[in-house]
Design a binder for this molecule. Structure first.
Ligand code: THU
Length: 160
C-alpha cells in the first residue's frame, strides 16, 4: 500500500504587505463586488483577472430567479477574459466578497468546485500556473496555482 499526501501552501499577508500589483488586482476585485447582481443571496462577489501582459479584467456574480442559471464571479470574469483574449495566458485571479450587511468578509472566500474546474482548464490550456489571491479583511491568502485548489483534478490529459 502506498500513501499519497498532497498539501496546499498558502501565504497570508496583511494589506500593508501587498505589492502595488497585488493591491491593484485586489482593489479591482473589491470594486467589482459593487457591480454584482445578487438580489437573492445578497452575497456580492467580485473577481479580477490579470493577464500575462498586465491587463486586468473583472467580473462578478450574476444571479437569476431560476437559481442554477446564475453564474459565480470567477467564471463570469474568466469566460469574459478568455472570450476577449483567447491567446493571452491568465497570470492571476483575485477574489473578494461582501456579505448581506455589505461588509467585506473577514475570512477569504474561495472558488466553488465548478469555478475551480473552469480555472484549471485555463491553467492547463496555457500551461501556466494561475496565482490565486483571496481577500479577507483579516488577511489575504495567496496560492501559487489553481492545481493546489484541485489537487486530484480532471484535465484534458485524462482524456487520452
Ligand atoms: N459565489 C461566487 O460568485 N463565487 C464564489 O466563490 C462563491 C459563491 C456566488 C454565487 C451566488 O451568487 C452567491 O455567491 C451565493 O452563493
Amino acid at each position: 500500500m502506498k500513501e499519497i499526501v498532497k498539501t496546499v501552501h498558502i501565504t497570508q499577508k496583511d494589506e500593508s504587505e501587498l505589492t502595488d500589483a497585488e493591491r491593484k488586482l485586489i482593489d479591482a476585485a473589491k470594486s467589482s463586488t459593487y457591480r454584482s447582481y445578487a438580489p437573492y443571496s445578497k452575497f456580492c462577489v467580485g473577481a479580477a483577472i490579470q493577464l500575462e501582459d498586465g491587463e486586468v479584467l473583472t467580473g462578478n456574480n450574476q444571479e437569476n430567479c431560476a437559481f442554477p442559471s446564475g453564474l459565480c464571479a470567477e467564471r463570469t470574469a474568466l469566460f469574459y477574459t478568455n472570450a476577449q483574449y483567447p491567446d493571452t495566458p491568465v497570470a492571476a485571479i483575485a477574489i473578494a466578497a461582501r456579505d448581506s450587511n455589505g461588509e467585506f468578509t473577514s475570512v477569504p472566500i474561495s472558488p466553488c468546485g465548478s469555478c475551480r474546474q473552469a480555472l484549471l482548464e485555463t491553467e492547463h490550456r496555457f500551461a501556466r500556473p494561475i496565482r490565486v489571491m483571496l481577500y479577507g479583511t483579516e488577511g489575504i491568502y495567496f496560492i501559487d496555482s489553481v492545481r493546489d485548489l484541485l489537487p486530484v483534478g480532471f484535465d484534458s490529459d485524462c482524456l487520452v
